[in-house]
Design a protein around this ligand. Structure first.
Ligand SMILES: [Zn+2]
Length: 244
């Protein structure tokens, strides 16, 4: 049986039959892949722990008739720091689900893959979990060509005031004149500055940035609407994350 190697992060798993597992992988080279890990649910299977969601592995996959099958895998990073802390784990599950909602099969997204692998590592230790997630949401939209526009009103190009609107379908901020007409979501005074600042950062803030819970919730709601609008998927982990 011919095999091939790929780097991939497990996004989701489903139990199949008595001992097998269906894995939804995000492959750096191949995009979304569904593969079968035979025997991964046997008590002493080496594949058991390595095939858990959020593990980054080098996979050897064998071409199968209906679905490719795991022949072997070597762990690159198991992100253990995520698994002992509920808030970190929920945040990581959310960023993985949000990423998976955008990617297609057989299309490579190396930059998105690298960004996801990096953010999972950062979520293991950061003291600013929610800001890190918000930064990643903005980065994800940017990398996929959906960067929200906050330089000026996306409808009339007027300057945006400190309080303005956000319209996910139109892809950015709306001035006070256009917001009511286009039924924009309201951004609180200050939210725009937070979003603009995060859009300029090359990596997530590591505790040096202080944002009130109200502004954070407002900015997160806007980015989640932006992601839902582009993927047309309501992410399951959104509700869990909002309880952090
Ligand atoms: Zn306007």
């Amino acid at each position: 049986m011919s095999t091939y190697l790929t780097q991939a992060i497990t996004l989701k798993t489903h139990a199949v039959g008595e001992y097998d597992k269906l894995l939804v992988l995000f492959s750096r080279e191949l995009g979304l892949r569904r593969v079968m890990a035979k025997g991964a649910r046997r008590p002493r299977s080496k594949l058991g722990g390595r095939s858990e969601p959020l593990c980054h592995n080098l996979w050897e996959l064998a071409h199968g008739r209906r679905m490719d099958v795991v022949a072997h895998c070597e762990t690159r990073n198991g992100f253990r720091g995520l698994r002992t802390d509920f808030d970190r784990l929920m945040a990581a599950m959310y960023v993985a689900e949000a990423t998976g909602a955008f990617i297609d099969e057989l299309q490579p997204y190396p930059e998105v893959f690298d960004a996801l692998a990096a953010i999972l590592g950062i979520l293991e230790t950061t003291d600013a979990i929610e800001l890190t997630v918000l930064w990643f949401e903005l980065r994800l939209l940017d990398l996929l060509g959906y960067r929200p526009e906050f330089d000026s009103c996306v409808h009339c190009e007027a300057e945006l005031g400190s309080a303005c609107g956000f319209h996910p379908d139109l892809g950015g901020g709306l001035c006070d004149a256009c917001s009511p007409m286009l039924r924009a979501m309201r951004l609180m005074p200050g939210t725009l500055s937070v979003i603009r600042l995060l859009q300029r950062l090359e990596s997530p803030p590591d505790g040096g940035m202080s944002v009130t819970p109200g502004l954070l919730a407002n900015a997160r709601a806007a980015m989640r609407d932006a992601i839902a609008c582009r993927t047309e998927i309501r992410l399951k982990t959104v509700d869990l994350l909002s309880r952090l």
